[in-house]
Design a protein around this ligand. Sequence first.
Ligand SMILES: Nc1ccn([C@@H]2O[C@H](COP(=O)(O)O)[C@@H](O)[C@H]2O)c(=O)n1
Ligand SMILES: C[C@@]1(CO)OP(=O)(O)OP(=O)(O)OC[C@H]1O
Length: 158
Amino acid sequence: MFATGIGYDVHCLVEGRPLVLGGVTFDYPLGLEGHSDADVLCHAIADAILGAAGEPDIGHLFPNTDESIRGISSLEILRRVRAVLDERGHVLNTIDSTLIAEAPKIGPHLMAMKENIAGALGLPPGHVGIKATTNEKLGFLGRGEGIAAMAVAAIERQ
Ligand SMILES: Nc1ccn([C@@H]2O[C@H](COP(=O)(O)O)[C@@H](O)[C@H]2O)c(=O)n1
Ligand SMILES: C[C@@]1(CO)OP(=O)(O)OP(=O)(O)OC[C@H]1O
């Protein structure tokens, strides 16, 4: 059966952390806070895939109380999510996603992010959509206090 899932995540921007989005480390004075590398894009994608597969969300698989995954790369989380699909016999088809970030500019890094995510999920880069938008200066995202991401995933489910 064909199944879709959605994912959403948001993280706070703070000083003293690297900014990692789609596995790319940005040259930016602030980074996202989290137990992992806080790659909000990968987290939204992970939840979209898990949702499509009928699995519990990322926090169940990777609890923020687990010291063994402190600082884990979210590309590694995507690899492990893909492994769950493989175990169940599901086939990942496509991902689409949107980053909501007032800054920095995502455009110049889109291809590298796509390749990272596609590589982690075992998909052709053309099957991974990434778009970016500002929040038009509205609210906490518009003030640049955080970055959010949303994603959808399509899978062929056993
Ligand atoms: N962090 C961002 C935000 C946006 N972009 C690109 O700019 C275009 C215009 O954004 P608006 O929010 O003004 O619609 C958008 O379509 C993206 O291509 C970006 O690269 N990085
Ligand atoms: C992967 C985890 C692990 O702690 O990452 P965090 O950086 O805590 O990010 P969040 O999106 O708040 O929740 C997902 C967590 O499971």
